[in-house]
Design a protein around this ligand. Structure first.
Ligand code: HPA
Length: 234
């Protein structure tokens, strides 16, 4: 047990999928895992461990934003020895070729600031995905009926941005989408020598203002979970 995770030693798998939303952790565990068991419910941040095609997997909510994700990822790595951590979440599309329901595999994550900023001081560390996971996810996505993009994303500290000028610069520099967790996940994985990737479903679009209708979300999120699971055990 840790401060934020109630699982007993051994109850967390080496491979952890991390949606922001704890209810999505429950949905993914019930939909994709066999023998899924609830291993954490501290603060309602649900975590489940089960098996997928014979491999042990934990699906643990991270909460929204980098400070929340940082707590769970630190404890999963330092106390439970998680080796592969894959964020499965939603993002806002930023480029015209990125459509609702498409999947983005985040190669890098830019930030204005993040929880590790104070530690790095003057260094602009470049958080990036694990190449083996990224490449495996790209192959897993290839056979599916879903648009896939690989490239840089933006991890923001705010959902409600007051910086249209910044959004414009990111679009100009090819940033594919915006979410709120990936950069800290990649930074912690680098610090502790673990594998990390973010597989993201485009749920809204900053350019067009479109949003995924809630009835479409499950099917679209399913692609993302299956891509993540295939990548983890490729
Ligand atoms: N901004 C930030 N985070 C997000 C968004 C967004 O538009 N959509 C999904 N996560």
């Amino acid at each position: 047990m840790t401060i934020h995770i109630g699982a007993k030693p051994g109850e967390i798998a080496e491979t952890v999928l991390m949606p922001g939303d704890p209810y999505r952790a429950r949905w993914a565990a019930e939909t994709f895992l066999e023998d899924a068991t609830l291993v954490n419910e501290v603060r309602g941040m649900l975590g489940y461990t089960g098996t997928w095609r014979g491999h042990r997997v934990t699906i643990q909510g991270s909460g929204m934003g980098m400070p929340s994700l940082s707590i769970y990822v630190n404890e999963l790595i330092r106390d439970y020895d998680a080796k592969t951590l894959i964020r499965i979440g939603s993002c806002g599309g930023m480029q015209p070729q990125v459509k609702l329901r498409d999947v983005i595999l985040a190669m890098t994550a830019s930030t204005l600031t993040n929880p590790s900023r104070g530690m790095f001081r003057e260094l602009n560390f470049a958080p990036c995905a694990d190449w083996g996971l990224l490449s495996a996810a790209h192959q897993a996505a290839a056979g599916r009926q879903v648009g896939v993009h690989v490239g840089g994303i933006y991890s923001s500290d705010v959902f409600y941005s007051e910086r249209p000028d910044l959004d414009k610069e990111m679009v100009r520099h090819g940033i594919l989408g915006v979410e709120m967790e990936c950069a800290e996940l990649y930074t912690l994985a680098a610090r502790y020598g673990r594998r990390a990737l973010a597989v993201l479903t485009v749920s809204d679009h900053l350019g067009t203002g479109e949003e995924l209708p809630s009835e479409d979300r499950e099917r679209s999120f399913g692609d993302m979970v299956e891509i993540a699971l295939n990548a983890a055990f490729a």
